[in-house]
Design a protein around this ligand. Structure first.
Ligand code: DON
Length: 313
């Protein structure tokens, strides 16, 4: 991995974006949450932020989108802060699954019936149940506040249209949550847990917000711009390991080979990634490939990693 100098790439970034954007016509915007199908198929944007607050961006980086599965990295960290490792990994495992992100297959097949990891839906729903608060409103407010502090943006909000759309069509997540309850993984009211989950998946961000959140991970839990520790180093290590092994779902192995950076994708087309000790990066490209990752976003990160020698491996 080499140090990347923002001035050197600022001129190339728009060219890489326009080149990668071409493949978005081969992807499809997620439609199983109806509200997400309104996203612009051809959009592609990126924002990079370094530890001194300097940034470079290109393409449709002003586009707002919901965090979806990217939020799972940060609810995991919040649950670790509030409960510690032992309690969290009593409820979820640490292994990639080889199954789809919304699969519940192994919850029945593999004893003790805890989700394989915190980044698949079943695992993230279990993590949502560990967030502190007396009810779904308090837990959601706590999560939003945590995300705002990491993004350095007090105006982050939940997109209510997406949250409602997801809740109304979440038959699979709902059945998974009830199975988790039966397996003894979820405590409390299942609908309250799901409400917390739908809320954090629907928090609306831009590429700049993702880049700032990723920057905190790139600097092992310290926000280098404010000089403030926001997350214990150990929990960042855990989160980055999951991002590397499971962050891009069943394409995590290929992404590790082609890009070589910890990353997390979401079905709205966002990707949060980072260059350790150097950059936080936010990408959006709503058209997804067959594995559920942004098709143009992955292409753009592959190009950047190759051209700039970014791989950690
Ligand atoms: O539960 C869901 O289906 C969505 N809220 C999140 C899924 C997701 O982002 C999967 N990512 N690639």
């Amino acid at each position: 991995m080499t140090a990347i100098i923002l001035d050197q790439i600022a001129g190339k970034l728009p060219l890489w974006v326009e080149d990668s954007r071409k493949c978005s016509s081969e992807g499809r915007v997620a439609s199983y949450i109806p509200e997400l199908s309104k996203a612009p198929t051809e959009a592609l944007g990126i924002h990079l932020l370094d530890g001194s607050g300097r940034s470079a961006s290109a393409g449709d980086c002003g586009l707002s989108f919901t965090m979806q599965s990217i939020s799972k990295v940060f609810t995991l960290i919040l649950a670790l802060i509030e409960n510690g490792e032992e309690a969290v990994f009593h409820k979820v495992g640490m292994e990639p699954t080889g199954d789809n992100f919304n699969s519940m297959l192994k919850l029945e097949l593999v004893r003790p019936g805890i989700p394989f990891n915190p980044l698949i839906n079943a695992g993230a729903i279990a993590i949502s149940s560990l967030i502190g608060g007396r009810n779904a409103e308090e837990k959601s407010a706590r999560t939003l506040q945590f995300f705002r502090s990491l993004a350095g943006n007090d105006s982050l909000e939940c997109d209510e249209d997406v949250r409602r759309s997801e809740s109304e069509t979440a038959n699979l997540n709902r059945s998974m949550a009830y199975l988790l309850k039966d397996n003894g993984v979820l405590e409390g009211d299942v609908e309250e847990v799901l409400a917390v989950y739908f809320h954090h998946c629907s928090i609306s961000v831009t590429c700049a917000d993702l880049a700032r959140m990723a920057l905190v991970l790139a600097f092992d839990g310290v926000d280098p711009i404010k000089g403030e520790r926001l997350i214990p180093r150990r929990y960042v290590q855990i989160a980055k390991t999951f991002m590397t092994t499971c962050g891009m779902y069943n394409a995590s192995g290929e992404f590790a080979i082609q890009v070589g950076l910890p990353a997390k994708s979401g079905v709205s087309g966002g990707i949060l990634t980072l260059v350790p000790g150097q950059y936080g990066i936010g990408v959006v490209g709503p058209a997804l490939n067959a594995k559920g990752n942004s098709i143009a976003g992955v292409q753009l990160l592959e190009t950047m990693s190759r051209e700039l020698d970014l791989s950690m491996f």
